[in-house]
Design a protein around this ligand. Structure first.
Ligand code: V47
Length: 353
């Protein structure tokens, strides 16, 4: 059966199909991706009102693509006190956030309790807030650093108030590329196993993919397929988030930046390959808000949120340091022809505008 017939009849797509999808023209891809997106979500564009907090940038690992962690190129190490974090959350609560997204570097000096108490203190002060925290990379780091099993760390996350896991640390699963860009941190299989263990606790998470650096198209499809296989087993992924690589201030020397066409194709192909993950998030911090809005026509249905402040991608050149105002966000979605739907962290609809 040829590729177009498979798309027409909603067949599951293979690795070879995924690579071949890139050869289709953007409009053909957009047609099929948008059809799938509209079948699931109609004209809705999901977002949430959230705050990103990055409590420390001191890291024992060295990822070549990272401009966030303190190193020779970014000699400004910091570790926020719990009081500062609580003050930040308090201000954000006044802006109506429903979620805090807390992700740190792998700081070997704070002790395990420092990480965990951030969550319990936030939860104690603001019980209504959803705490999305600890990537699989952080969980693996805490497990190795403190000699505790992943299951024990997961038990503690639940006990200290983590509600869901963000999708960070996945990067690219293809081992050859992974070894080159972030050798030494959580392996691909460990990343998948940690999400599987989290899902088995009845919890939900997201999955990311960092693309546009040294990976090949085939590596992206392989990444999607490893996630699709796990999702078949657990059903625990809410959203897939292709993160566009930002090239400033880091040690990965990439000359060619992705074209908008390649980025839009990747969103569209994500929607087509990942037939079992409900949401495709165009994370505007890495794609720019303008391209994220266009991506809504190419399979994406979610824009993440207002963010307020963000340190990881903005350190590498993204324009997300100060987030976006809710009014601006709503106006941009509406003038793009979509219906803004404010959601909670697990995609329950809170308000349709
Ligand atoms: O895993 C690091 C990425 C991720 C760069 O789950 C970079 O809802 C681009 O995972 N260029 C952390 N990206 C952020 C993340 C995330 C973001 C938004 C929503 C969710 C979610 C998760 O940031 C890391 C890494 O892949 N990153 N450096 C860079 N130069």
């Amino acid at each position: 059966m040829n590729l177009i017939d498979k798309l027409e009849s909603n067949q599951r797509l293979s690795l070879e199909d995924g690579v071949a999808l890139y050869e289709l023209d953007l409009f053909t891809l957009g047609h099929y991706a948008s059809q799938r997106r509209r079948a699931r979500h109609g004209n809705k564009a999901f977002f949430n009102i959230n705050r990103h907090i990055n409590p420390t940038n001191i890291c024992k690992d060295i990822c070549k693509f990272c401009a966030f962690s303190a190193n020779r190129k970014n000699p400004n190490p910091y570790t926020l006190s719990h009081e500062t974090i609580l003050e930040t959350v308090k201000n954000s609560v006044q802006n109506g956030i429903t979620e805090v997204h807390i992700v740190s570097a792998h700081n070997p000096d704070t002790g395990l309790e420092w990480y965990l108490e951030i969550f319990s203190k936030v939860k104690q002060a603001f019980p209504h807030l959803h705490v999305k925290a600890l990537t699989a990379a952080e969980i693996n780091f805490l497990s190795e650093q403190y000699g505790q099993s992943v299951e024990t760390i997961i038990d503690k996350m639940v006990a200290y108030g983590v509600d869901s896991m963000p999708g960070g640390g996945a990067e690219i699963f293809a081992e050859k590329v992974r070894d080159y860009i972030c050798k030494g941190k959580v392996s691909s299989q460990q990343w998948l196993d940690i999400h599987e263990a989290w899902h088995k606790r009845g919890k939900q998470s997201n999955a990311t993919m960092l693309f546009g650096h040294v990976e090949k198209r085939e590596d992206r499809i392989d990444h999607m397929l490893r996630l699709r296989d796990l999702q078949d087993k657990t059903g625990g992924f809410n959203a897939f988030i292709p993160l566009v690589y930002q090239r400033e201030n880091n040690y990965l020397h990439v000359e060619d930046f992705l074209s908008s066409t390649e980025i839009l194709k990747t969103y569209a192909i994500s929607r087509l390959m990942l037939d079992n993950i409900g949401h495709i998030k165009a994370y505007w911090a890495t794609s720019t808000i303008n391209l994220a809005l266009v991506a809504l026509e190419y399979g994406a249905d979610d824009l993440d949120g207002t963010i307020e402040a963000e340190a990881i991608q903005s350190a590498a050149g993204a324009s997300s340091a100060h987030g976006l105002k809710i009014e601006t966000f709503l106006e941009l979605i509406e003038t793009s022809g979509f219906t803004p739907v404010q959601r909670d962290s697990l995609y329950n609809e809170l308000k349709t505008y």
